[in-house]
Design a protein around this ligand. Structure first.
Ligand code: OKP
Ligand code: ZN
Length: 341
């Protein structure tokens, strides 16, 4: 398996975020990059760093002003009196608020959904490099059949113009749009992260050319709370092109794999020309912020089923947090995918 990664992924190093009213150590730690990379190395995969395709593939799914804001925010930090190691706000625009304030903190409140995406010295380098990994994996999937992008930070909670849930740029959406443009045919995204891929759904919700399918823990009492319900099926030209498969908290391999199969059946019915897998590993039983109980055999089973779809496939890393099973689950997924191809 071609693995695309960049050491720049380590440069975003958030320390804390607010969870249930109190600051806790941030789960999306820089060490995730080295741990996932080393798991891929041990598996004998072929590691490469991405070429730089610039901002164009990023702007193909994101609002240009939002992208410029992310790129420039750290350089503008002096506008905030007594700024420390990060730019963060506690004031967020509500959906009915559309003004675009000139100041840095107001702009940040317009462009972020929560406190989990502080902007620090290396944030843009990591976010940009992560997006380039997604682009490179999409290109490699067309050239070689499949590839894995070790994207950190993750991306599936990022909308066209907002960060949130540890995510800044939507790497899976960037890969999907790259595949759609290159093939000229419809493409599909299967998101198996334990959290609903709300940003990805939002980006493609009115489009028929990118089918979005997400398998996740029921958002009724779990992040991202405000999207991910089964009755969200797309709008306008995109009606019928979004599918959500929420599962009760605590669900294990059998219901999870059944949902993955249902998602793959929906994808097959739409006859896409390529597939993006938003590969979160946080459905694992011992994930520190997870809500499901998937085992290593479950991840291998999902990989086998996805590989058998036989589509050019870009695997894009999403969540999956520090626990003993994390590297093993990635290794098992990649090995099972290779074996089934
Ligand atoms: C990212 B991915 C708001 C943040 C709540 C966010 C979880 C993000 C998971 N205070 N928690 O899908 O693995
Ligand atoms: Zn997640």
């Amino acid at each position: 398996m071609r693995i695309v990664h960049t050491p720049d992924s380590s440069r975003h190093d958030p320390e804390h975020y607010m969870r249930r009213g109190a600051p806790i150590p941030h789960p999306e730690q820089a060490a995730r990059y080295t741990i996932l990379r080393d798991a891929a190395l041990r598996g004998g995969h072929d590691l490469a760093e991405p070429a730089d395709h610039g901002l164009e593939p990023i702007r193909a799914v994101h609002d240009p002003d939002y992208v410029a804001f992310l790129a420039e925010a750290w350089a503008r930090r002096g506008e905030i009196p007594d700024i420390g190691d990060e730019i963060l706000t506690g004031s967020f625009a509500r959906p009915q608020m559309h003004r675009k304030p000139a100041g840095l903190l107001g702009r940040l409140g317009l462009y972020t959904a929560d406190t989990s995406t502080p902007i620090r010295a290396g944030t843009w380098a990591a976010v940009y490099g992560s997006a380039q990994c997604a682009v490179a994996a999409a290109d490699a999937a067309l050239a070689a059949g499949h590839a894995y992008a070790l994207c950190r930070p993750p991306g599936h909670h990022a909308y066209a113009d907002s960060a949130g849930g540890f995510c800044f740029l939507n790497n899976s959406a960037i890969a999907a749009e790259r595949l759609r443009a290159a093939t000229g045919g419809p493409v599909a995204i299967l998101d198996i992260d334990v959290h609903h891929g709300n940003g990805t759904q939002g980006i493609f919700y009115a489009r028929a050319d990118v089918l979005t399918v997400s398998v996740h823990a029921d958002p009724a009492d779990y992040f991202p709370f405000f999207a991910g319900y089964a009755d969200e099926t797309g709008t306008g030209a995109g009606a019928g092109f979004n599918r959500n498969l929420p599962l009760p908290p605590g669900s294990g391999d059998a219901p999870w794999l059944a949902a993955v199969e249902a998602g793959l059946a929906a994808i097959a019915a739409h006859r896409p020309w390529a597939l993006v897998v938003a590969l979160g590993l946080d459905a694992a039983a011992d994930d520190p912020i997870g809500a499901l109980a998937v085992t290593r055999a479950g991840f291998a089973g999902a990989a086998e089923r996805i590989a058998r779809a036989g589509l050019p496939t870009a695997l894009v890393q999403e969540g999956g947090y520090l626990c003993a099973a994390l590297p093993d689950n990635l290794a098992a997924f990649l090995a099972a995918f290779d074996a089934a191809r």
